[in-house]
Design a protein around this ligand. Structure first.
Ligand code: SD4
Length: 305
């Protein structure tokens, strides 16, 4: 059996995020410090078109970010439809620590971030702008699966193996925390908010049981309160993998043919450091890292073959 994981995150690029999280942990940081440090890595990476700087815009050309953080004591902070700030996860954390609220959205979130000293940055990179202009030629919104079975990676708007990051951590004191951050679905309607900043959908942390996070088509994750459902399944005795699988299967039963071209991927970490995941479509990977910083990439099983 592998050493217990102290941090897990979605997709192969989670490896770089996990490395930062472990660095924060070794420096004495809390679970919240870990997941924030990790989530900031893809936020600052302009080549990731689903998170932070370089994220694909909405259909009107605005890059809008959604993010949430949650700690072991049920403290939550979130932002939705945040513009012009690279590190949405850090603004979410500021909502947790500096306000009496759990979520700020849109212009209010942006002015709060400015008040907190976050710099304003144009998040629309030339590459993302070019992809948006290409998309405008047809302007067909069709959320595509992040799957190895389709050729969508090569299509404009296909984020390839880059996606929302959900990251779950266990601090040196044994307490869990999580974060989820995204620019949402490429070319979404203006004002659209997905699952990622919604507590219980994109992220849920329960320090008695474990934590879970989600990526994929947010509308589907919201319908089943994806992350909270995974944590509750774990509470009733399922392993992280079994819990993620049961929730994916529940979604498939609920939605039938409506989800056949969608991806939804769930990732969980138990309180004891066991990681597991499951997805609708094949191709979902996640990064699992132990306290010494050793990382392995796991490939999740899937509902569709
Ligand atoms: C959303 N779940 O906004 C996010 C998007 C995502 O690329 O995971 N993807 O629906």
């Amino acid at each position: 059996t592998p050493a217990p994981a102290v941090v897990v995150s979605t997709w192969d690029f989670g490896a770089a995020a996990n490395a930062e999280a472990v660095r924060a942990r070794i420096a004495g940081g809390s679970g919240l410090d870990m997941v924030e440090a990790g989530a900031k890595v893809p936020e600052a990476d302009p080549t990731n078109h689903s998170v932070g700087l370089g994220g694909y815009p909405d259909r009107d050309g605005h890059v809008t970010l959604d993010s949430v953080v949650m700690d072991h004591a049920g403290n939550v902070g979130a932002v939705a439809a945040l513009e012009d700030i690279v590190h949405a996860v850090s603004v979410a954390r500021a909502v947790l620590e500096k306000t009496p609220h759990t979520m700020l959205v849109g212009a209010g979130a942006r002015s709060f971030a400015v008040d907190q000293g976050f710099p304003l940055t144009n998040l629309l990179t030339p590459e993302a702008e070019a992809a948006w202009k290409e998309w405008l030629k047809t302007a067909q919104y069709a959320p595509r699966v992040n799957s190895e079975n389709t050729d969508w990676r090569s299509q404009p708007g296909g984020p390839g193996n880059h996606d929302t990051i959900g990251i779950l951590g266990i601090g040196p004191d044994g307490h869990m925390a999580g974060a989820c951050t995204t620019s949402g679905m490429a070319f979404k309607m203006r004002g659209r908010v997905g699952d990622s900043p919604i507590t219980g959908a994109g992220l849920y942390v329960d320090d008695e049981v474990g934590a879970a996070t989600a990526t994929g088509v947010g509308e589907d994750v919201v319908r089943i309160c994806g992350s909270h459902s995974v944590v509750e399944a774990m509470r009733h005795g399922m392993s992280p993998t079994e819990a993620c699988r049961s929730v994916v299967e529940r979604l498939a039963r609920l939605r039938g043919a409506a989800i056949k071209d969608h991806q939804v991927a769930l990732l969980a970490l138990s309180k004891t450091g066991v990681a597991g995941g499951w997805a609708l479509q094949p191709g979902f990977t996640y990064a699992v890292t132990d306290a010494a910083g050793n990382t392995r990439i796991e490939r999740a099983g899937s509902f569709f073959g």
